[in-house]
Design a protein around this ligand. Sequence first.
Ligand SMILES: [Fe+2]
Length: 291
Amino acid sequence: MDASADGGRTAPEEPLGAEADDRRFSRKTVLRAALAAGVSLPVAMMGVPALARDLGQGGGLLEPTPTCDDGDDPTPPQTEGPYFKPNSPRRTSLVDAGTPGTRLTVTGYVFGLACRPIANALLDFWQADVNGVYDNTGFRFRGHQFTNANGAFTLSTIVPGLYPGRTRHIHVKVQAPGRPVLTTQLYFPGEPRNNTDTIFDPRLLMTVRSVGGAREAAFDFVLNVPQQPGPTTTTTTTTTPGQPGGTWAAGTNYAPGTKVTYGGVEYVCLQAHLAQPGWEPPNVPALWRTS
Ligand SMILES: [Fe+2]
């Protein structure tokens, strides 16, 4: 089957969340979060994860403890799109031995606003198959699960195929117990269509690496769930963000290697993109790192 079998869709999904996704995020830099967590500078400079977390070199996550910044930046919402189906099976694996496609494991945590992990949070994933087709009659590549006591989740699936009008992505709904649902999408670094998909948001890029013939991805969600700071949380100092401004400018096409200043800090561009409001260098470590 090709993408034309994908429910007869003709128009790309609209960015329903554009209004809801206000651009007032003041995500602290990965560098800052990493420093707060005691992560080494080279790791911080990897830059890609939504939250500072390292995938390590030898397989598996290096750190047993999730890290989070001070939580003023909930994961942005995105449109549900036309292919969500309720009542997906409860399962952490969407594949079996015969499933075609590049194996992908997505791991991460679900946090609240105080960066405390949320246990028993619902995650409902759905995605296209290797050919870019959604199963709208059954439940292939659909499944829900709950975070464990540490707020962690693991999804075993494949790298979703492409279909017209979109870059590569995975849909997900995330819900803390008794709280509203966050509907959003996760993206893959280095995808050419990331530059043309109007819905794409670099704040939703996963960290992805190849391990043999498979992929390992990481993404941490921050839900808009009030929490009391934990007893171990120490936020005695709050770095005042530098004054905005500098040479960075929305509406500019930036090429990899381009250097800009923002808030008195120099950044180097990591991948080509058209800058948009809300994508200021400190907000999108997938696009900029301090130089
Ligand atoms: Fe989709």
